[in-house]
Design a protein around this ligand. Structure first.
Ligand SMILES: NC(=O)c1ccc[n+]([C@@H]2O[C@H](COP(=O)([O-])OP(=O)(O)OC[C@H]3O[C@@H](n4cnc5c(N)ncnc54)[C@H](OP(=O)(O)O)[C@@H]3O)[C@@H](O)[C@H]2O)c1
Length: 278
């Protein structure tokens, strides 16, 4: 059974940890507030923004997974989390048995804005700091000297993370009627499932897109949610833009590597959360 460190053991990290523990793996979770960790995860209370003492980490881990998030949507918070935190971790970890490093990146690395499909070979020229810093972190991981995999995630939703559903229910959602604006979504279970798959996959590629295989126009999603909830469709507002550009992310490489999405589109994922079938 493998020894795994999950650094930034939050929404996705805990879901991954619970899957791994259920299969008998030994999992350490790093975060600042370990009281929030579910049972079975060996908590390490540490601030990744500070240099880590090697003896604060378990000896001889085989897998290192970085799922830490930034504490705010500012350039300095991103830099601290995704560059500083990652460096501190890579400097401190015992590499003696380390087989693979996994990093949760983001679809924010793409600047494409015309609804076109993108994949792992598409150009990345992010205009926003979030995408630029994520690309820098991907490079850091790729150059760390241990085989690595970066998984670019889209907008994460799932139990307890129901912002879109809540905004439709509360009547605060607005729709940009003018043109399709695609959302690339990831159910928490598939973030964790894909990470687990990539941890143990033979001969993985260094990079995968991980959002579900069916990106959809935000307006279609919001109206669908409204219908499921039995509330009026959100009103139109040309200023209603979603952050993150307008592209359709292809997860074909991940699927062809053998991963099967549990929640392949918003219909299954949000349908389950709302409590109706898709
Ligand atoms: N959310 C999205 O829609 C989205 C989209 C694309 C990619 N991603 C990426 O996917 C990953 C997982 O996302 P998530 O939603 O699971 O994130 P999350 O719930 O915010 O979890 C991040 C964890 O990192 C810990 N953390 C933050 N700063 C830390 C520090 N300085 N030292 C130690 N631990 C720290 C936090 O715990 P403490 O506060 O207790 O330290 C938290 O548990 C992240 O890397 C995120 O950037 C997310």
């Amino acid at each position: 059974m493998a020894r795994v460190i999950i650094a930034g053991c939050g929404y996705v990290g805990c879901a991954l940890a619970e899957r791994l523990i259920a299969r008998g793996h030994e999992v350490w979770g790093i975060r600042r507030t370990i009281a929030q960790l579910p049972g079975g995860i060996r908590g390490i209370a540490a601030d990744l923004a500070q240099p880590l003492r090697p003896d604060a980490l378990p000896a001889a881990p085989e897998y290192l997974v970085f799922t830490a998030g930034a504490s705010g949507h500012t350039e300095s918070a991103y830099r601290q989390a995704y560059i500083g935190g990652l460096r501190n971790l890579l400097d401190a970890v015992d590499r003696s048995r380390l087989k693979r490093v996994l990093f949760t990146s983001s679809t924010a690395v793409y600047a494409q804005d015309d609804g076109e499909w993108v994949d792992e070979d598409s150009p990345t020229a992010p205009v926003q700091f979030a995408g630029r810093i994520m690309l820098e972190s991907e490079s850091l991981v790729a150059a760390c000297g241990i085989p690595s995999v970066a998984l670019r995630l889209g907008g994460i939703y799932g139990p307890g993370r129901t912002r879109l559903i809540d905004s439709v229910r509360e009547g605060t959602a607005r729709i940009d009627e003018d043109a399709p604006r695609y959302l690339n979504l990831n159910h928490r279970d598939d973030c964790a499932g894909a990470l687990e798959h990539l941890m143990f996959l033979d001969g993985p590629q260094p990079l995968y897109l991980g959002s579900d295989p069916n990106p959809e126009d935000r307006a279609v999603i919001l109206r669908w949610i409204a219908d499921r909830l039995g509330v009026p469709h959100p009103p139109g507002d040309p200023a209603a833009m979603s952050r993150g550009g307008n592209k359709r992310c292809s997860s074909r490489r991940l699927v062809e590597s053998g991963y099967t999405f549990q929640w392949p589109s918003f219909r299954e994922g949000y349908g389950n959360l709302i409590g109706t079938s898709p």
